[in-house]
Design a binder for this molecule. Structure first.
Ligand code: ATP
Length: 206
């Protein structure tokens, strides 16, 4: 077993908010990880009623949000590909680079528990790395019991052992976008540098 640990944190980060950075910090401490890599997903800016930011803007905002943290980095692995990636492929890529030295953890918020079943080759992802589910405000505490008959006892046991009791921060990117586009105040939801970037580049309909 590897003693060193690396966390992969995928998401749209549209934009990255204080919920993301708070749970990332808690996950690092809980897992005792050496590093965390934020991996923004490639996605279409057209897929929402609310204005979205481009891939490059999301990457830039993440870079600003984490620049003072030693253990944090941002990867453009998914964004630089021509099409959206499956999590399994991204996990395999990072395992091929770090797997000899580090145990890999893939962070997910508890809002995703019912979607996991639809993830591409989810059982292979559970086998490939440690899928680590975090608490999220307004969602039930994660419990994988109901998946025992689908994924098997061993996998469910692994998922249950990797649940991370992160602090509950009731912020979402949807709420940030909604508040910005209606002229509201998001100062409590975002890093200052991210907010300045949004204003400077007139993102999210402001
Ligand atoms: P949206 O509102 O656009 O769906 P989001 O706030 O959920 O966005 P994502 O970029 O989709 O942000 O989230 C990336 C990952 O971080 C997901 O696994 C999500 O569950 C988790 N996450 C986001 N915000 C929080 C939060 N406040 N607490 C715990 N987990 C969170």
């Amino acid at each position: 077993m590897n003693n060193k640990k690396i966390i992969l944190f995928g998401g749209t980060f549209d934009p990255v908010h204080l919920g993301h950075t708070t749970v990332a910090k808690a996950a690092i401490e809980y897992i005792e990880a050496d590093r965390i890599i934020f991996i923004p997903a490639k996605c279409s800016p057209l897929k929402s009623a609310l204005p979205r930011a481009s891939d490059i803007d999301r990457l830039e905002m993440l870079t600003l949000a984490i620049e003072d943290e030693d253990k944090y980095e941002v990867s453009d692995y998914e964004i630089s590909k021509p099409t959206p990636s499956f999590t399994l492929d991204t996990a395999r890529y990072f395992n091929s680079i770090y797997g000899k030295e580090y145990a890999l953890y893939w962070l997910v918020g508890a809002d995703s528990i019912d979607d996991l079943i639809y993830w591409h080759r989810i059982t292979e992802l559970i086998d490939e790395c440690n899928v680590a589910m975090m608490y999220r405000a307004e969602y039930e505490r994660p419990d994988f019991e109901k998946y025992k008959s689908v994924w098997g006892l061993g996998r469910v046991d692994k998922l249950q052992k990797n649940i991370i009791p992160t602090p509950l921060v009731n912020i979402s990117s949807t709420e940030v976008r909604r508040t910005l586009s209606s002229g509201g105040d998001v100062i409590q939801m975002l890093d200052n540098k991210v907010l300045s970037y949004i204003k400077e580049h007139k993102l999210y309909g402001i």
